[in-house]
Ligand binder design. Structure first.
Ligand code: ARG
Length: 222
């Protein structure tokens, strides 16, 4: 049973008309699981910071959630080969401040999704250097709520992965002020020692080589 955390378009989101979970990760993961000879089963859609505990406890068998491969996470679970690269972007209101670097956000409330590398970036670049107080770093269960709060003025910036920032900027009155290069790479997550990782890596390679990957990119990133 695969798990994800929606509200992260174009990787995983709920399509309004059908109320269905869709996205680049959803299609990619199902294809990889099936090519590897397994059944995908029903998706579980939960908060991002519950994904690793749910995987290790056996409630889900695979994470497909634009999850960055980090040392911390790699100690708890196994990752497939990377399938996508991203950096962090700083989103602001369309007609508001125009920060060029983190120092320009001094004293301002900033949001990110709980448990993400966006949240780590806020911590490392804003809170630790003393640019903002710990309570000005706002955590959200879902980036959609973070961007709602940005629109309504409760926070002045949101730190989120670049492709998702661009999607929000296309749909709402927000824009990318600057990009902070983190060079993150996403992997699918499996339980530590799950021997299906090899088969799923082979499937991912096949998906890339036969053009399916590029088809998914054009379907979800335009
Ligand atoms: N790539 C970032 C991370 O791994 C953010 C992922 C958030 N994913 C999601 N489905 N909400 O921390």
């Amino acid at each position: 049973m695969p798990g994800t955390s929606s509200g992260f378009a174009p990787f995983e989101y709920i399509e309004e008309e059908t109320n269905e979970l869709v996205g680049f990760d959803v299609d990619l993961a199902v294809d990889a699981i099936e090519r590897a000879g397994y059944e995908a089963g029903d998706w579980v859609d939960i908060e991002f910071d519950s994904l690793i505990p749910s995987l290790t406890e056996g409630d889900i068998d695979l994470i497909a959630a634009a999850m960055t491969i980090t040392d911390d996470r790699d100690e708890q679970i196994d990752f497939t080969d990377p399938y996508y690269e991203a950096d962090q972007a700083v989103l602001v209101r369309e007609d508001d401040i125009d920060p060029a670097e983190f120092a320009d956000l001094e004293g301002r409330p900033v949001g990110a999704q709980s448990g993400t590398t966006g949240e780590v970036t806020v911590e490392e670049e804003l809170v630790s250097p003393g640019l903002i107080d710990g309570d000005a770093a706002r955590s959200y269960g879902n980036y959609v709520f973070a961007v709602n709060d940005l629109e309504s003025g409760n926070v002045d910036a949101v730190v989120v992965d670049t492709p998702v920032a661009e999607t929000f900027a296309g749909d709402r009155p927000v824009r990318v002020a600057f990009v902070f290069e983190t060079g993150e790479r996403y992997g699918l997550g499996l339980r530590d020692g799950d021997d299906r990782v090899g088969d799923i890596n082979d499937a991912l390679t096949e998906i890339q080589e036969d053009g399916t990957y590029d088809d998914l990119v054009s379907e979800y990133f335009e």
